[in-house]
Ligand binder design. Structure first.
Ligand code: NAG
Ligand code: NAG
Ligand code: NAG
Ligand code: NAG
Ligand code: NAG
Ligand code: NAG
Ligand code: NAG
Ligand code: NAG
Ligand code: NAG
Ligand code: NAG
Ligand code: NAG
Ligand code: NAG
Length: 424
């Protein structure tokens, strides 16, 4: 239902390659030349003498209620069960391998048993609203896509260590996932599943993309690297500590997690794309990125925070947009970084809750700006600020109350000054 085109395309390509297995020799009765559709148990029984089936088999139709594919151990091709509107249970317990296993639009299917199944390229389950039981003995799979089922647990995948795609969405009873995955070479996505779902990916060392939505808790105790993007969006997670995460190749986004109070990535030093920590309304102190030194895209931090510790930040290739509702936040460290060329993009906005008040006053209170800038006069304010935009000067002229009350700012200044010196 929500299958991405790229996934379909990849699966089709793989299916083709594996189905065309010229090394297999099977009786012609076990070769399906153009795809066959079984609509009755008798059609499936025709294959019961085949240990290997070559070709694509589809099971469909409204007359099947319980069906089984007996004896077949391998299918070099796809097994697709679709639109079998009365099918309540299906068994293929001798099957150890199949290229693509697709089950979709099976409105009453409650049980699917593949007790011996060890190897698949693709498992794609879509719109199986009654499915509660799915058994396998899975050891190897490339793409797993499970959408809109009633599965409560995912024991069927408990031995998997490597996949390309692992995507669970809209499985409304799925509330707990303890994954054994070590690597995900394309995308890991877990979204819109059971309310309050708790997920644990403590064996995961690297993943190409990670996206979590609508989970209550998440754990990535071993995660070292995300090659492309990391996204944590709209969850009810209260805290997340990814202490081994060293680099994210693409963007790092933690957005709209309205119960998040603690976010720690103490070893994260490089983000290749944008760094976005936004609209996490309870995240009042953003102090878990002490080691972040370079951001390949833009820096976007929005919310209601009093502290933003980016003490090691030396380079932002894009612009910066930092905006907090709190009046108790100083923009000076970021402004210093910007003036010294550490923020290379054209746009620079830093605002706090007090700023917006000040902006209204700014035309009448130009004296504010001189008192503000004295706060970071000791940093290297040497003329490299010529690229500063109107936004910068308006925000700097409006700033007048943050620095004095904001204790960590002192350490910021020292580091930013050092960073600036390194950049010169
Ligand atoms: C082709 O069939 C042989 C024998 O069943 C099997 O070992 C091999 O893995 C198959 N190759 C592919 C690409 O499916
Ligand atoms: C099986 O289906 C795939 C597409 O999903 C197709 O490329 C392949 O040729 C089919 N195999 C046979 C034997 O018809
Ligand atoms: C599903 O099967 C019913 C009859 O069993 C048929 O009328 C309908 O067209 C089928 N839908 C699809 C999408 O194949
Ligand atoms: C992702 O990064 C890990 C660790 O650096 C590396 O071993 C892996 O090959 C990378 N994977 C992809 C798909 O780039
Ligand atoms: C998730 O974990 C929390 C804390 O252990 C627990 O209170 C909650 O019930 C769990 N959620 C579900 C749906 O089991
Ligand atoms: C995963 O990352 C790749 C880049 O390696 C990107 O092209 C792709 O769109 C991403 N896929 C998802 C589902 O996020
Ligand atoms: C967050 O999730 C709620 C439902 O839980 C949904 O209504 C809302 O649109 C989501 N917001 C975003 C930004 O995804
Ligand atoms: C994060 O986890 C690491 C490893 O378990 C631990 O040493 C560290 O104290 C944790 N940090 C926070 C802020 O909880
Ligand atoms: C931190 O990241 C570096 C690589 O940048 C790595 O060598 C080191 O082991 C990591 N430390 C932890 C605690 O994961
Ligand atoms: C900070 O990052 C460097 C690599 O850039 C790494 O060697 C170091 O261990 C990290 N420090 C902490 C406190 O994680
Ligand atoms: C944060 O919320 C504001 C106001 O609702 C919105 O304009 C902005 O786009 C959001 N930021 C992100 C990164 O979603
Ligand atoms: C911002 O956070 C403070 C606590 O630090 C809280 O008192 C205030 O109500 C919050 N403001 C908004 C608009 O969420």
């Amino acid at each position: 239902m929500q299958l991405k085109n790229s996934v379909i395309a990849a699966a089709l390509v793989t299916g083709t390659a594996l189905a065309a297995n010229s090394t297999v020799s099977v009786p012609s009765s076990c070769t399906i030349t153009s795809s066959a559709t079984a609509t009755a148990q008798g059609d499936l029984d025709d294959y019961s003498s085949c240990s290997t089936l070559v070709g694509n088999l589809t099971i469909s139709g409204s007359s099947l209620s319980n069906a089984a594919l007996a004896n077949v151990e391998a299918i070099h091709g796809s097994l697709t069960i679709t639109n079998a509107t009365s099918l309540d249970s299906f068994h293929a317990d001798s099957l150890t391998s199949v290229t693509n296993l697709r089950l979709n639009q099976l409105t009453v299917l409650s049980s699917a048993s593949f007790g011996s199944l060890q190897r698949v390229e693709l498992i794609e389950f879509i719109a199986l609203p009654a499915l509660q039981t799915f058994t396998t003995n899975l050891r190897s799979a490339n793409m797993i896509y499970i959408s809109d089922t009633s599965l409560e647990s995912v024991n069927a995948f408990s031995s998997l260590e490597e996949v390309a795609i692992f995507n669970f969405n809209n499985n409304r009873y799925l509330t707990n996932l303890q994954s054994t995955l070590r690597t995900v070479s394309n995308a890991l996505e877990f979204s819109s599943n059971g309310e309050g779902a708790n997920v644990t990916f403590d064996s995961l060392i690297w993943a190409n993309n990670v996206t979590l939505r609508d989970v209550n808790s998440a754990s990535f105790a071993a995660l070292r690297n995300v090659n492309a993007s990391f996204g944590l969006i709209n969850n009810s997670i209260t805290s997340l500590n990814m202490s081994h995460l060293a680099a994210v190749g693409g963007s790092f986004a933690v957005v709209s997690n309205d119960q998040l109070t603690d976010l720690h990535c103490s070893n994260l030093s490089q983000v290749g794309g944008g760094f976005v920590v936004a609209n996490n309304t309870e995240l009042n102190q953003i102090n878990g990125f002490h080691n972040l030194s370079s951001v390949g895209g833009a820096l976007e931090v929005q919310g209601n925070f009093t502290q933003l510790d980016l003490a090691n930040l030396r380079s932002v290739r894009g612009g910066a947009n930092v905006d907090t509702r709190s009046g108790n936040f100083s923009c000076n460290p970021l402004r210093s970084l910007q003036r010294n060329g550490g923020i290379q993009g054209d746009s620079f906005v830093c605002r706090n809750g007090a700023t917006s008040t000040s902006i209204q006053l700014s035309s009448t209170s130009s004296s504010d700006s001189s008192s503000t800038d004295s706060a970071d006069a000791s940093s290297t304010d040497d003329g490299s600020s010529s690229s500063a935009t109107a936004t910068v000067s308006s925000s700097s002229s409006s700033k007048h109350n943050g620095a004095a009350q904001f204790a960590p700012a002192g350490s910021f200044f020292a580091v930013v000054a050092a960073a600036a010196a390194a950049l010169l």
